[in-house]
Design a protein around this ligand. Structure first.
Ligand SMILES: *Cc1c(COP(=O)(O)O)cnc(C)c1O
Length: 318
């Protein structure tokens, strides 16, 4: 990728669709392709780049010099903001959940690849307790950040706002109209909203929730107006955000071995697990063509594996 700021943000990335060949697909006579958004950039992976693009262009238009956003210590969005922000010429500030991480920043950076990469790209951190993190969008807290760092363009946690959805509309191309189903992992719902707003009439969109809760449908409905041809699968979150079990880890490792495609445990692994479960349960008719969006998230595996190793559990093979 060309890293000059203009070509990064003024161009439209088209990522390739890679067909997956596995016996179960042949048996059910279903074709599965994966859109390799994960290959856009090792750290600004997939949907996070799409979500940032028009926000950073807007920040430029407003003549802002800095970007501020929020996230957890392993957040794909935080590191993507640091990297993309730097490429586009902004200072970046990250409000990070967990005040204990700020007590010994050197040690934190040594152990946390996500924050390390963000810091290497110039991001400055402000660590807050879990209680304070819940009030991070309050007027008082934002004022405090402005006093500390000066003026900035604010991007919400997870990066979802209407400009993010405009960016996610660029994931699909005209050629993708040959697919019957478009599948995506769902966190805050921004990515799937962009997909729903860009699919053709004959296409159905299926979201696989990465977290528990019923609020997502309303969130998505705020962003999608006409199209009603979408649904959410709520049975594949494995207990909630960043929750997992050994079956999921085994699935990710097996998928990697058989297809050479790396999935992440928070989002894309759960989606793919869900797609194959629906396939086994005959939810897709013969002749169906599925396009699954690989939204990225690979950068988070290192931190996830540290957690698995410390518990003496099976890790994700890289
Ligand atoms: C953030 C993220 C998602 C979820 O995207 P939303 O727009 O928040 O729904 C899916 N996959 C990966 C890899 C992500 O980092």
């Amino acid at each position: 990728m060309n890293s000059s700021s203009n070509s990064f943000f003024d161009s439209t990335f088209i990522t390739k669709n890679q067909q997956v060949y596995l016996p179960i697909l042949e048996e059910k006579k279903v074709e599965l392709f994966i859109k390799r958004e994960d290959l856009i950039h090792p750290f600004v992976s997939g949907n996070k780049f799409r979500k940032l693009k028009y926000n950073l262009l807007e920040a430029k238009k407003l003549k802002k010099k800095a970007i501020l956003t929020f996230g957890g210590a392993y957040s794909n969005h935080v590191v993507a903001t640091a990297v993309a922000g730097k490429i586009a010429g902004f200072k970046t500030f990250g409000v990070i959940r967990g005040d204990e991480l700020g007590k010994n920043l050197k040690e934190t950076i040594k152990e946390n690849a996500t924050l390390r990469e963000a810091q290497n790209h110039g991001m400055k951190f402000h660590f807050v307790s879990r209680e304070l993190y819940r009030q991070k969008t309050s007027f008082g807290f934002i004022e405090k950040m402005k006093n500390k760092w000066g003026d900035f363009y604010l991007i919400p946690e997870g990066g979802t706002n209407s400009l993010a959805i405009t960016g996610c509309k660029e994931i699909l191309t005209n050629e993708d109209s040959e697919f019957d189903y478009i599948c995506s992992s769902v966190g805050t719902g921004g990515t799937i909203s962009g997909l729903i707003n860009s699919v053709k009439k004959h296409q159905k969109t299926i979201g696989f929730n990465a977290l528990k809760g019923n609020f997502l449908k309303d969130e998505i409905n705020q962003f999608v107006k006409r199209n009603k041809n979408w649904s959410l699968q709520k049975e594949y979150h494995f207990g909630g955000y960043a929750k997992y079990n050994e079956e999921l880890i085994r699935f990710i490792n097996k998928f990697k071995k058989e297809t050479s495609i790396q999935l992440d445990p928070i989002y894309t692994g759960k989606m793919m697990f869900g797609i194959f479960d629906l396939l086994e349960k005959n939810n897709f008719l013969e002749g169906t063509k599925i396009l699954a969006i690989h939204t990225g998230g690979i950068q988070g595996i290192e931190g996830f594996n540290q957690k698995l190793t410390s518990k003496n559990e099976l890790i994700i093979e890289l």
